[in-house]
Design a protein around this ligand. Structure first.
Ligand code: ADP
Length: 199
């Protein structure tokens, strides 16, 4: 920590940035196994919100690993740092007044708790993709389960690296039994009920 670095207060504050956009910022944090549907549902919700005129931003696991987090691997230590960085970036986007959708496996409770703590109460919405491992493995959209089972990749969540299910997520979705549209409807209804969006 750099003790000599002074925090600058900005003249335009968070609430004013959101007011100009006519919306309330929040972070929808999608967590779950690979193939559980995080990217698919986050993208579909992004489209639904965008079409309603909301200002959103989608942060996605694979994409940040090409840039912001390209120096990180999949060891426990690197996963912690990966989520810490994404949490901070999500906070900056929310400070800019955006509705942020972040889709990351984020297997550890402690990391998700750290991100939650960066946000005012009610603005961190944990979306647990509670799709059974068997379904995720059967889908295997990127062929990674097959490689993990064959021992070609290690530290793969759900196979040889743990996934800690959230104890109290704001929303749980199981894409083995709910369609993409149903999942998006559930999320939109949640945002409407909490008055985070108005229509
Ligand atoms: P993750 O981001 O969690 O790794 P993806 O969204 O990349 O998961 O992959 C989920 C896969 O499951 C996609 O190929 C998607 O088309 C498929 N799928 C089938 N049914 C659903 C559903 N109801 N919801 C989301 N994804 C589904």
């Amino acid at each position: 920590m750099a003790d000599d670095i002074v925090w600058h207060d900005h003249k335009v504050v968070r609430s004013q940035r959101a007011e100009n956009k006519n919306q309330k910022p929040c972070l929808l944090w999608f967590t779950g196994l690979s193939g559980s549907g995080k990217s698919t549902i986050a993208n579909a919700l992004d489209v639904a919100l965008h079409n309603r005129g909301y200002h959103t931003f989608l942060l996605d696991g694979d994409n940040v690993r090409h840039g912001l987090c390209r120096d990180l691997g999949f060891s426990d230590e690197d996963r912690v740092e990966n989520i810490r960085r994404i949490g901070e970036v999500s906070k900056l986007f929310a400070d800019a007044g955006l509705i942020v959708l972040s889709a990351f496996i984020s297997p550890f409770n402690s990391d998700r708790r750290l991100v939650r703590k960066l946000f005012p109460a009610g603005e961190f919405i944990e979306v647990y993709m509670d799709t059974p491992l068997a379904t995720c493995e059967e889908r295997d959209p990127k062929g990674l389960y097959q490689k993990a089972r064959a021992g070609e990749i290690s530290d793969f969540t759900g196979i040889d690296s743990p996934y800690e299910a959230p104890a109290h997520p704001e929303i749980s979705l199981d894409t083995s039994s709910s369609s993409v549209d149903d999942c998006v409807d559930s999320l939109i209804n949640y945002l409407l009920e909490r008055k985070l969006i108005v229509g």
